[in-house]
Design a protein around this ligand. Structure first.
Ligand code: TXA
Ligand code: MG
Length: 324
């Protein structure tokens, strides 16, 4: 776990234009000083991410929101006060403080206050905003431990703050709050139901937004193994068939089948609780990858509560790959 001296060191690295991997409640982020265009540009190089894809600015509290955006509509204020610190990102009109490098050239900016003591301590010690995408290579599975970050980014990051395993496990929910009617751009750690309860009206979920956002890229969150989605009752039979055909098969065994004996290369039991599933999802994908599986059979959970975000990530992990 990070100590006070680590926090000070990390804040110094940010001030000097370096990159710090930081824990959040959702996934680990690859952070830079949001107001330093050169440092922000390095994030894109290290991640291998196209520079047109916008980043999230992490700030230390809802009271700082006005420093980073042009205008805070009443709905955005309500959501910020209710859900921050927490896994909710608000897209608003870009304040002058935010360089275009951080927004991929957009006139809007994504902002959130992470709910993690180490992240909040860093933001407080640093004093400014920290732009941070998930600390993985572009298109890969997001990291939920400091070890994942070190294994994937190595020397590309100047300092890794270890805050233990992430407690939510899937990325923040992104809400476009620029207009009168907010909409969900990416399902995540704050559920649609919780947002609707606070807003007092239904929310639409936009699978694709006006901007091309990396989380919407079809093969995002993808392990090396190919993910194949089937109905829960077909998981075992399909997996065994593929195994007989010579594949190294990994199985996400649904909670209803925990006791089933499956002939497969590696089997990961899916937790029955959606909180535990979200927390473990990326770790399970990494684990089956490391065991050398080339196919992973899984089924989608019911798309309610955190199940909406889990199903979204599984679909994208199963999506078509880019050729390069
Ligand atoms: O939980 C999270 O959100 C994590 C932690 C580290 O905070 N961060 C994260 O960042 O998932 P990243 O870069 O992997 O995903 C950020 C998402 C992308 O889909 C990006 O396109 C979207 O936020 N985004 C950022 N700025 C935007 C904007 N101005 N309009 C629409 N989408 C935006
Ligand atoms: Mg990401």
């Amino acid at each position: 776990m990070a100590r006070t001296s680590d926090i000070e060191k990390a804040a110094g690295v940010l001030r000097a234009g370096g990159l710090v991997a930081l824990p959040t409640e959702t996934v680990y982020g690859l952070g830079a000083n949001a107001e330093d265009p050169t440092a922000v540009s390095r994030i894109f190089q290290v991640k291998g991410r196209p520079p047109s894809h916008p980043l999230i600015v992490h700030i230390g509290g809802a009271d700082q929101l006005d420093d980073w955006v042009e205008e805070v509509p009443a709905t955005a204020r309500l959501l910020a006060e209710h859900f921050w610190p927490g896994p909710l990102t608000l897209v608003l009109r870009r304040g002058r403080r935010v360089p275009l490098e951080a927004t991929g050239g957009l006139e809007t900016v994504a902002v959130r206050v992470p709910d993690h003591p180490v992240a909040l301590a860093l933001l407080s010690a640093f004093g400014g905003g920290v732009t941070a995408p998930s600390a993985n290579r572009f298109g890969q599975v997001s990291p939920t431990t400091a070890q994942h970050v070190r294994a994937e980014l190595g020397d590309g990051v100047d300092f890794v703050l270890d805050g233990g395993p992430c407690q939510v496990g899937v990325e923040s929910t992104i809400v476009d709050a620029t207009g009168e009617v907010p909409s969900i751009l990416r399902p995540g750690g704050v559920t649609r139901e919780d947002l609707e309860a606070v807003l007092g009206r239904p929310l639409t979920v936009h699978a694709t937004s006006r901007v091309r956002v990396p989380g919407q890229h079809p093969s995002h969150y993808a392990p090396r193994a190919r993910v194949v989605l089937v109905e829960p009752e077909a998981v075992v039979a399909e997996a065994e068939l593929a195994q007989e055909r010579g594949h190294r098969v990994g199985v996400f065994l649904p909670p209803s089948l925990t006791d089933a004996a499956v002939k497969a290369h590696a089997v990961a039991a899916v937790p029955a609780s959606m909180n535990a599933y979200a927390r473990g999802l990326y770790g399970l994908l990494r684990e089956l990858d490391q065991k050398g599986c080339d196919l992973i059979f899984a089924s989608l959970p019911a798309e309610e509560g955190l199940g909406l975000a889990i199903a979204n990530r599984l679909r994208r992990a199963a999506g078509p790959r880019e050729s390069a």
